[in-house]
Ligand binder design. Structure first.
Ligand SMILES: [Zn+2]
Length: 250
């Protein structure tokens, strides 16, 4: 992936953001940015297309040449057009636990081993989160699901992330996470009839994008925690010095 091209694309997006929506130059900039992103991704075994309506990268365009979101927007009218891909999602759930441990969890004391197992199922310790299970830790977990295209007979495969939070020893759905959603670069919708190998590659690329986001959040969190610890240590030393000084004066 070509980072320089991606940086150029971001710069064009930034320029476009300062322009009025009706300004033709805005569309030109967004289109050029999308083309640079396609170029930056290079050859992939799955389609990487640009939606001419929203300039997102997508693996599927409908017969009119727009992405699923814009196809839905067109079909239901511009005002209420929102293709809610979430309503057909598999709801996020941990695999069912034995009754005894479910009761334990409900009472807030799953066994230590269960907590660790649940933690390790979603976190690469020290990479995408703390090495030990930590209450309240949040992740964007990649999910995939199929859905009928807004119009026409096509079945689509969608990729998205589910916000999850570690809560009382298990992962639970959350509305948001502190770091927000991962950036959108790789295509997230494809025809379900695409070759399995191609879909698998697309899924792997999307998952890596989500994992990179989770990794970056953990890296930032480590830095923030280290800064807090250093500041506390400084305060402690300052307090000690002050006590020492006043001891001398007294
Ligand atoms: Zn679109």
């Amino acid at each position: 992936m070509d980072a320089a091209l991606l940086a150029q694309a971001d710069a064009l997006d930034g320029e476009a953001a300062g322009l009025d929506e009706a300004e033709p130059r805005r569309s030109e900039l967004l289109k050029r940015a999308a083309e640079l992103r396609v170029q930056a991704l290079g050859a992939r075994p799955y389609p990487v297309l640009v939606c001419p309506a929203c300039f997102c990268l997508t693996g599927w365009l409908d017969d009119d040449g727009v992405c699923a979101v814009d196809a839905a927007r067109r079909d239901v009218g511009a005002t209420s057009g929102f293709y809610d891909v979430r309503d057909s999602r598999p709801r996020y759930e941990d695999p069912p636990a034995p009754l005894a441990s479910r009761i334990g969890r409900a009472l807030g004391f799953g066994t230590r081993r269960e907590r660790e197992r649940a933690w390790l199922a979603r976190v690469e310790p020290g990479q995408t989160g703390p090495t030990q299970p930590e209450e309240g830790w949040e992740l964007e977990w990649p999910i995939s699901f199929e859905r009928q295209a807004p119009s026409g007979p096509h079945l689509l495969v969608h990729f998205d992330t589910q916000s999850i939070r570690f809560d009382q020893g298990a992962w639970r759905e959350a509305d948001t996470t502190r770091g927000g959603k991962p950036p959108r670069l790789f295509p997230r919708e494809f025809s379900a009839s695409l070759a399995t190998d191609a879909l698998a590659e697309a899924w792997a690329d999307f998952k890596e994008e989500a994992t990179a986001h989770n990794r970056a959040l953990w890296t930032a969190e480590v830095a923030a925690r280290e800064a807090r610890t250093a500041a506390e240590e400084e305060r402690r030393l300052a307090a000690e010095t002050e006590r020492g000084t006043s001891g001398l004066l007294g």
